[in-house]
Design a protein around this ligand. Structure first.
Ligand SMILES: C[S@@+](CC[C@H](N)C(=O)[O-])C[C@H]1O[C@@H](n2cnc3c(N)ncnc32)[C@H](O)[C@@H]1O
Length: 269
């Protein structure tokens, strides 16, 4: 079978740990202590928005699995006039996001699971920039494919999708190393007061059945097959990856660098 699959392909958000108030509170309180280079991942996504989208008047943005609204909050600091739609299946996360963004205009909050979004399209509009962080790995491979297809259909011409998420390492040997890189990062960011409190997070992540990551390669392949252009992984640390794709403009002058081209361009080869 290709990719991650569960017996029950339509995973119920209500059965996941994100529906548990203590679990989501703990994430909001502590995730900065154990998510490696989170600020940098967000910064690269913001720079992507600035480079590809921000010149457009009243650009519309969709954040899928917005959690407490951190990304749109950060993006709005640099781009105060954006129109954003934040989606999450957790009403608790959405109410924290609403409070955080309470002084911003043109922000919609929608309580829906990714499965509901793919099935019944409650949003029914197109977006210039679709972002998601640390959320899509909760879907099985077939659910991911449906959501990526939904995302492609809901990008405006020239629009970009940025996905910052955990991925499955391609081999067990690499996975062991990637998880040890994660532990190293946590260790080096521990404080004197709580020296080792979060060192078990990588093991907990591995044993939590809500996490069903797929490899970067398989997801990149899906994006390309759906018709996304400019597909690439633009930032990576171990299993943490930021990968992107765009929808072509009508008149796109966007040539692809084949391996031969890149060998010719690369000064080290
Ligand atoms: C790790 S948090 C990430 C939140 C935020 N994007 C961030 O980067 O901090 C995962 C989020 O995905 C949401 N989520 C998980 N499964 C979902 C699903 N099937 N449909 C919609 N949201 C889901 C959770 O409620 C949670 O807010």
């Amino acid at each position: 079978m290709e990719g991650s699959e569960r017996g029950n392909t339509l995973a119920k958000f209500e059965e996941s740990r994100w529906a548990d108030s203590n679990f989501s509170q703990d994430y909001r309180d502590n995730s900065d202590r154990y998510l490696p280079f989170r600020d940098q991942f967000i910064q690269v996504a913001k720079l992507g928005y600035k480079n590809f989208i921000s010149k457009k008047n009243a650009a519309s943005i969709l954040d899928l699995g917005c959690g407490d609204g951190l990304f749109i909050y950060e993006l709005a600091k640099a781009s105060p006039f954006l129109n954003a739609t934040l989606v999450d299946a957790s009403s608790e996360m959405l109410s924290v996001a609403k409070a955080r963004l309470s002084n911003k205009e043109n922000i919609d909050f929608i309580k829906a699971s990714f499965q509901q979004i793919s099935d019944s399209d409650p949003l029914n509009k197109k977006f210039d920039f679709i972002y998601s962080s640390l959320a899509i790995h909760h879907l099985s491979f077939s659910e991911k494919k449906r959501l990526y297809s939904y995302i492609f259909d809901h990008l405006s011409p020239g629009g970009y999708f940025f996905n910052y998420d955990v991925v499955l390492s391609p081999t067990t040997m690499l996975e062991e190393w990637h998880l040890s890189l994660w532990r190293e990062w946590i260790k080096s960011h521990s404080t004197i007061e709580v020296p080792n409190k979060f060192l078990n997070i990588p093991s907990k992540y591995k044993s939590n059945p809500d996490n069903v990551p797929d490899t970067l390669e398989s997801q990149i392949k899906v994006l390309r097959n759906l018709g996304f252009q400019n597909v690439d992984c633009v930032f990576k640390y171990g299993i943490f990856s930021l990968f992107v794709g765009s929808r072509s403009k009508e008149k796109d002058n966007n040539s692809i660098h084949s391996d031969t081209d890149s060998a010719a361009l690369h000064p080290c080869r």
